[in-house]
Ligand binder design. Structure first.
Ligand SMILES: Nc1ncnc2c1ncn2[C@@H]1O[C@H](COP(=O)(O)OP(=O)(O)OP(=O)(O)O)[C@@H](O)[C@H]1O
Ligand SMILES: [Mg+2]
Length: 218
């Protein structure tokens, strides 16, 4: 099982939206079972999940303190991926959570304040040698700042090739427990989420190979 933690210090960057959409997309592509864990006291992901009629992705209610044991249990249930949503809290409060991750995804809106807020998290992840990937979210159509943000971020770490655009369907579909993918399976939101999931799997694969090499030669 691969553990994916979605975090950014900045509120409203799209963590929960990304969590829900990636989990549904991964299930649709046959990569499940996917389990979701909501560690944010706001409980947005849990509320969305409670409204949901479909059976997958499943949600595991695991308290933050019992996360390591909870992940072990999910492995025994043959989970392929566990995607963990987090609160927009200070980076140091999430340090223990990051150590359980195979990759940390950092959704970032292309704006200076979002970019600046990423610095502390990146420093901690690099120090702990935890793989991470920036994902540009809520990108406005034809805005040059998206490319500029990607270029700026690439100095600090890998940026997903696929950007998530600002689309009303991402927000509106979640009202009744669905995702934009389920509203239009061949729509632009479904296309970009599928492409992003591919980017994420490639990153996980590359970091697994690197750590295997590290073990062999280290
Ligand atoms: N790609 C998108 N296009 C349009 N709206 C979006 C997109 N992603 C998220 N939103 C909207 O932006 C708001 C914040 O998104 P979301 O709740 O996913 O962020 P978050 O990082 O989880 O927030 P918090 O830090 O409060 O947990 C929500 O209203 C959501 O519907
Ligand atoms: Mg959230």
């Amino acid at each position: 099982m691969q553990t994916i933690v979605i975090n950014s210090q900045k509120g409203g960057s799209g963590k929960t939206t990304l969590c829900a959409h990636l989990a549904v997309q991964a299930e649709l592509l046959g990569d499940g079972p996917i389990f979701l864990i909501d560690t944010d006291p706001q409980g947005t992901l849990s509320t969305w999940h409670e409204k949901r009629e479909a059976e997958v992705p499943q949600r595991a209610d695991v308290p933050l303190a019992g996360l390591e044991a909870g992940l072990q249990l999910l492995r025994q249930h043959e989970a392929q991926y566990c995607i963990i949503d987090t609160a927009p809290t200070r980076t140091d409060e999430n340090a223990a959570l990051f150590r359980l991750a195979d990759i940390v995804l950092m959704p970032i809106r292309p704006s200076p304040s979002d970019l600046w807020a990423a610095a502390a998290t990146v420093a901690l992840l690099k120090e702990a040698n935890i793989p991470f990937l920036f994902i540009l979210t809520q990108a406005k159509a034809n805005a040059s700042i998206t490319g500029q943000a990607a270029a700026a971020l690439s100095h600090y770490g890998p940026v997903a090739e696929t950007f998530i655009a600002d689309r009303i369907s991402y927000a509106s579909a979640m009202t009744d427990g669905r995702t934009a993918i389920e509203l239009a399976s061949k729509g632009p939101a479904a296309m970009e989420t599928a492409s992003l999931w591919k980017n994420i799997k490639a990153c996980l694969h590359a970091s697994m190979q690197n750590s295997a090499k590290g073990k062999r030669y280290g």
